[in-house]
Design a protein. Structure first.
Length: 370
């Protein structure tokens, strides 16, 4: 069974203003002092953030239980500091410039990127899917790039920024477009081509190392995985696990020859979208989510979101059946259609009750088991 892991970035917020609260150093110290959480808890770029880099899993139920367990610990830390823990793509309000975690690397990034950092107050969900070798990873990456607009449409969770509804489901994905490397990665011939082209980027526009490559999908530079980074941090653990199941099925479809699905999940040469269409479709998805047309990853054209979701589920069926995740994905897609994405739910809460309603949404979802 193909392995996977998840990185969730959480933000601590002031209870009244919902601006970032710089308590993460203390929260991290408490988490890291506990042997259960020491390997999994990490400091993040901002002094209001903490990251959960999960264990390696093969089972989605086990992953969800672990994610909820860590979230409970983060929520307890937030309660101790009198703040709110939230899993959102960006905070609904913010000061003009954030406090950067005091490490040499993070301070150097802040210096290199300068004013870009003012709006880089974001949290993502990064899913790692295990691969046997980097050439397999490049094959998977070349397929995933066509799916990124749909994956973005499914995962927007940052509609409110600096106290206003932005009109976008994922303002996080908009903000990331300011970085030197962003959006859909290019196609690569093989792993050697990937490594060679990454090396040529180092030193340009603040890209001091491979870890600052901001593409929405990439090969990990420290573990043998494909890392899909397009998703905003998700309100609930079930949604994060749903997307892990989808991403794993997509990678399996490409590299597991026994499934016979590799050709089905990629567009034909005639339909394949160019980089200009993919990146335009990414912004389109960040704007509209599932409420409008979405770029079909195989047809290479805009189609109604419900139609694209149905086709995606059908295309991934062999891999989902093989992993035992077909029911989980069917239930998760149905729930997204009924309840809406996190972005849609935040927008509705903000419209009905402003910041207090958002605070209630964050606290009621953060440790939800289902």
């Amino acid at each position: 069974m193909t392995t996977f892991g998840l990185e969730e970035e959480f933000v601590f917020l002031d209870r009244e203003t919902l601006r970032p609260a710089d308590v993460a150093d203390g929260a991290f110290a408490h988490l890291a002092a506990d042997p259960r959480w020491k390997p999994l808890a990490h400091r993040e770029f901002l002094a209001a953030q903490v990251e959960h880099a999960s264990a390696v899993f093969t089972d989605m139920t086990e992953a969800q239980e672990a994610l909820v367990g860590f979230r409970r610990e983060v929520a307890a830390e937030a309660d101790g500091y009198g703040v709110v823990a939230a899993s959102v793509g960006c905070p609904p309000d913010a000061l003009p410039f954030p406090t950067i975690t005091d490490t040499p690397r993070y301070q150097r990034i802040a210096d290199d990127m300068a004013g870009v950092i003012a709006d880089h107050q974001i949290q993502g969900l990064h899913v790692h899917v295990g691969i046997d070798d980097r050439d397999d990873g490049v094959r998977a990456l070349n397929a995933i790039r066509n799916w990124l607009p749909l994956l973005s449409a499914l995962t927007g969770n940052s509609p409110v920024w600096r106290g206003h509804d932005t009109g976008y489901e994922s303002w996080r994905n908009v903000g990331q477009r300011r970085w030197t490397t962003t959006g859909c990665p290019p196609e690569f011939r093989d792993a050697a081509d990937y490594d060679r082209r990454l090396e040529r980027l180092v030193g340009i526009g603040g890209m001091k190392d491979h870890a600052i490559i901001m593409w929405a999908a990439r090969l990990s530079d420290h573990v043998p995985t494909v890392e899909v980074r397009v998703a905003d941090a998700q309100l609930e653990a079930w949604s994060a696990v749903l997307h892990a199941a989808v991403y794993r099925a997509l990678v399996d479809s490409v590299i597991d020859v026994s499934l016979g699905a590799a050709d089905a999940v990629v567009p034909s040469a005639e339909a394949a979208p160019g980089p200009e269409l993919l990146n335009a479709a990414l912004l389109h998805a960040a704007h509209s989510g599932l409420d409008a047309l979405v770029l079909d990853p195989v047809l290479g054209e805009l189609r109604p979101a419900d139609e694209v979701l149905d086709r995606a589920q059908s295309l991934l069926a062999p891999a989902l059946d093989a992993s035992g995740d077909a029911g989980l994905v069917a239930t998760g897609f149905a729930r997204l259609r009924e309840e809406g994405t996190g972005g849609a739910r935040q927008r509705a809460a903000f419209a009905s009750g402003g910041m207090p309603a958002l605070r209630e949404l964050y606290t009621s979802t953060f440790t939800a088991e289902r």
